[in-house]
Design a protein around this ligand. Structure first.
Ligand code: OAD
Length: 265
């Protein structure tokens, strides 16, 4: 009997192109709560559904901006866990690896992953509400305490600055989305890590990969909307399952880089 881990290793061994799609669960063990976690502290009673909209920002910019400042502080304080490093190591074991993340915390970039698409934007970037003029993050000081915080004005037009993240009801960035869809259709293996599969259109990526013939491997401690379409399910947490998987792959491939294919296409 082949175990799920063995099946995953076999799929990765034969893969030239791996796409990893990640959601909030990927960052949980780095100290950033998911959207379904029970929170404590000042923002305990406020959820993304309440705040991640343009209407909420126009109604109460200080409250929404303060909520995002809190999330940005969490992200800046977070240290990428062993699962992030495992994905970095996986880059050296397959022909090409792309990360497509719904997370806005920047941890994949910070750990050094080479090809990262941030589908929902980034807490590290800002633009103004009305004209989307980009603004330097250095222009946006971090508040000392949690709570409402008035957004600074755009230096070009005076409109309040907002985080460059995708709010509910907004389109995903066009180029990033097109690239992510192409990658999903072209990969041999898709790893789906720490996402509930409830938020569209990102939740479509594993379906696209599967329909195009890729092996879909899910890593999540819980069953999700995507579990039924996964070929292999590795139940567990990203910080444990990913290092164990990549370790097994390294042992199966004799610990080395891919012979003669170190360059990424
Ligand atoms: P969710 O918060 O919906 O789901 C988190 C998933 O991570 C769940 O399936 C958990 O079971 C799983 N999980 C929890 N701990 C984990 C761990 N240690 N390792 C692996 N998995 C774990 O997050 P997303 O699916 O990313 O959108 O949600 C996507 C979007 O919903 C966000 O990008 C945001 C939000 O509303 C926008 O802001 C547009």
């Amino acid at each position: 009997m082949t175990s799920p881990q063995e099946a995953a290793v076999a799929a990765l061994r034969g893969a030239d192109h791996v796409v990893v799609t990640t959601g909030a669960g990927m960052s949980r063990e780095s100290g950033i709560p998911t959207f379904r976690d029970t929170l404590t502290g000042f923002w305990a009673n406020y959820s993304a559904a309440d705040y991640a909209t343009e209407a909420a920002f126009r109604r109460d910019p200080a409250r929404v901006f303060g909520w995002y400042a809190w999330r940005r502080r969490l992200a800046l304080a977070a240290v990428p866990h062993a699962g992030y490093h495992a994905l970095l190591a996986l880059e050296g074991l397959v022909g090409r690896l792309d990360v497509v993340t719904q997370n806005v915390d920047g941890l994949h970039r910070r750990v050094g992953s080479q090809r990262v698409i941030e589908l929902h934007g980034s807490l590290d970037r800002f633009s103004c509400l009305d004209a989307r003029h980009p603004a330097d993050a250095a222009q946006v000081p971090m508040p000392e305490v949690d709570g409402p915080y008035a957004p600074p004005p755009c230096r070009v037009c005076g409109s309040p600055l907002r985080p460059d993240v995708v709010w509910f009801g907004e389109m995903l960035p066009e180029r990033a989305t097109a690239d992510a869809w192409d990658l999903a259709a072209a990969c041999d293996v898709m790893l789906v890590v720490g996402t509930s599969g409830l938020v569209h259109p990102a939740a479509q990526l594993p379906h696209i990969a599967r329909d195009a013939g890729a092996t879909v491997i899910e890593i999540n401690p819980d069953e999700t909307e995507l579990t039924p379409i996964a070929h292999v399910v590795l139940p567990g947490r990203a910080a444990e399952v990913l290092p164990s998987l990549v370790d097994s792959l390294q042992r199966a491939t004799g610990n080395g880089q891919r012979g003669g294919e170190e360059g990424r296409g």
